[in-house]
Design a binder for this molecule. Structure first.
Ligand code: FAD
Length: 551
């Protein structure tokens, strides 16, 4: 491992000594906290850390950084997209260099044994349940780390080196100037590289390219000991695999080398409806395994929506307008296949034929085939259009009680029958995505946990809750529906796994990791032995020596 010592290293031991003396006097002020990851609808613990800044300001406050450390105006670091967890940190670091991150972690690692301080990297803060928050700790604002500049390697296997705080949308725009683009995406691009690589980054391209964590050649990571380590498949391999999908537990990703491919200019974007779930899943599975298939394959569920096809008309054209006019969606359970084929303008002739061939093998309701043609950027950045509209209406920053599940293929029919047939009565609170993925070609060594079967479905309940509503669009109702879904999965032993997982106890985490728990624990012991990093995931409690943790 390559240790990079910051320019503050010389004064380091001295500062630790000062801190120990301070702690001796401030012993009674040690942070006592309840485990904040309860099952309450909202978790807000903003009260205690007010004791801490005074300690912090005289300890880490005296460190110097290329960027800066702030103890004020830090409320934003206690918020996220989920808008239910509000865990107040004591300070926010705005790093301008990698050594800023290394220094603060090293400092905290060497602090007095009674220190409870933790560190959370915050990407875009689009987590759902406080995963990027650190109660009483230090939040590192990764977006301010803009080092190095985005730099391209153009050759047989092109790639781009980026700071982990970069947004995917910025990488897309920069890559397109070179005629290139990353291969695997999320549905929404205003997320950071470090944030999605800590989970997986799954979207409609994953059936072909794997998730984003399978499309990274190299990472630079600051471990929970403050060491800066470069890792890849051939170099510090264990750390590389640990960090990918590692929920921020093993290190803070500071740089990533992302695989690129030639970028298309245009996209044919297609939607088709099914009322028969068996036909729908049959076609989805057929398409993810077909040669020369679409470039993007997803789908969603529609329950009891009125005037659905009319809503689509602003952006999609019906293949058969007369028949489409006669189709009524009200009161039905429908399944929408959503696919896309990339192309360049000089391929228009054969792309239409290729698409017709692919569509001719499908069993959708014929009158419900809808087509659209958009630029590649507009296709990839499609969710941002909705974001802008929702922001204008004040409906973006409301609670998002999302539930993301990975369901084994063999159990998807049992799941659909109960969940879409009985538990969910309509899909008016937000989209419900459903699409299959085949992981047989995925990297197996990462920290991402998936069901045992190679083919599984991602089912995402992307609900928004109206603030203060006590009705069907209120938080209580949606959370109770989510709980019913989870209970049903458990009772029926479906072998599901949560994606963007969230649990209240370590027992549940152990069950989530199953046979992989010991490896996960061993990696934690190796790379973040005091459990300083990503406390908001609620997997490990901060300790003073790791033998306090039980595997
Ligand atoms: P944050 O919320 O800031 O952080 C997430 C976790 O990663 C935290 O634990 C944090 O401490 C840790 N972390 C952040 N940066 C780093 C780093 N540099 N090094 C180590 N750890 C770090 N996901 C998909 O897979 N597919 C989708 O299609 C998809 N669509 C989405 C659409 C929307 C509108 C939203 C809000 C989310 C979506 N997500 C999707 C989920 C998203 O990928 C995760 O929530 C992701 O973590 C968000 O990135 P972020 O930069 O906001 O991370």
């Amino acid at each position: 491992m390559r240790h990079v010592y910051s320019k503050y290293h010389n004064s380091f031991k001295q500062k630790v000594l000062v801190f120990r003396v301070l702690l001796f006097f401030l012993h009674g002020f040690a942070i006592h906290r309840e485990h904040p990851f309860s099952n309450h609808n909202f978790v807000s613990t903003t009260e205690s850390p007010h004791l801490v800044p005074s300690i912090m300001q005289s300890t880490i406050g005296i460190l110097t950084f290329d960027g800066h450390l702030s103890f004020e105006n830090i409320d934003h670091a206690a918020k996220d997209f989920g808008n239910r967890y509000h865990l107040m940190p004591s300070a926010v670091l705005y790093p301008k260099s990698i050594s800023d991150i290394s220094s603060i972690i090293k400092y905290i690692f060497c602090m007095d044994k009674s220190s409870q301080l933790t560190v959370a990297a915050r990407g875009r803060g689009h987590s759902l349940e406080g995963q990027a928050q650190a109660y009483g700790g230090v939040v590192i604002n990764m977006e301010s780390l803009q080092m190095p500049e985005i730099s391209f390697h153009i050759g047989k296997c092109p790639y781009v080196d980026v700071s982990a705080g970069q947004l995917w949308i910025s990488i897309l725009h920069a890559s397109l100037e070179k005629g290139l683009a990353p291969k695997s995406w999320t549905d929404y691009l205003h997320l950071t590289v470090g944030g999605t690589l800590s989970n997986a980054g799954i979207s409609g391209q994953a059936f072909r390219h794997g998730p984003q964590i399978n499309n990274v050649y190299q990472l630079e990571v600051v471990t929970g000991r403050g060491e800066v380590v470069t890792c890849s498949k051939n170099n510090n391999t264990d750390l590389f695999h640990a960090v990918l999908g590692g929920l921020g537990q093993f290190g803070i990703i500071t740089k990533a080398r992302i695989a690129l491919e030639p970028a298309p200019k245009m996209v044919k974007w297609i939607r088709a409806l099914y009322s028969d779930f068996t036909l729908f899943t049959h076609d989805q599975e057929l398409l993810i395994s077909a040669e020369g298939s679409f470039d993007y394959i997803e789908g969603f569920v529609i329950i009891n929506r009125t005037g659905l096809l009319n809503n689509w008309r602003s952006s999609f054209n019906p293949k058969d307008p007369v028949q489409a006019n006669q189709f009524i969606s009200d009161g039905k359970i429908l399944f929408c296949l959503e696919v896309a084929k990339y192309f360049n303008p000089d391929e228009t002739d054969h792309i239409d034929k290729d698409i017709d061939t692919l569509l001719s093998g499908l069993s959708n309701i014929p009158s419900t085939l809808f087509l659209s043609e958009v630029s590649y950027v507009d296709f990839l950045d499609r969710v941002h259009v909705s974001e802008i509209k929702l922001q204008e209406k004040g409906l973006w920053e409301i609670p998002h009680p999302w539930l993301n599940l990975l369901i084994p293929r063999s159990k998807i029919h049992i799941f659909a029958q109960e969940v879409f047939g009985n538990i969910i009565n309509d899909t008016s609170n937000g989209p419900v995505l459903i699409y299959p993925i085949d992981k047989s070609r995925w990297e197996k060594e990462t920290s991402l946990i998936t069901p045992e079967e190679d083919v599984f479905y991602l089912v995402a309940f992307l609900s928004s809750a109206r603030p203060s509503s006590t009705g069907k669009d209120g938080l209580d109702h949606i959370l109770s529906q989510n709980n019913k879904i989870l209970k049903f999965c458990e009772k029926s032993d479906l072998g599901i796994k949560q994606y963007l997982p969230h649990y209240s106890s370590q027992e549940e985490w152990k069950a989530h990791f199953g046979i992989h728990w010991e490896a996960f624990f061993r990696r934690k012991l190796t790379y973040d032995p005091l459990a300083i990093l990503a406390p908001g995931q609620g997997i490990f409690q901060r300790v003073h020596s790791f033998d306090q943790q039980q595997p």
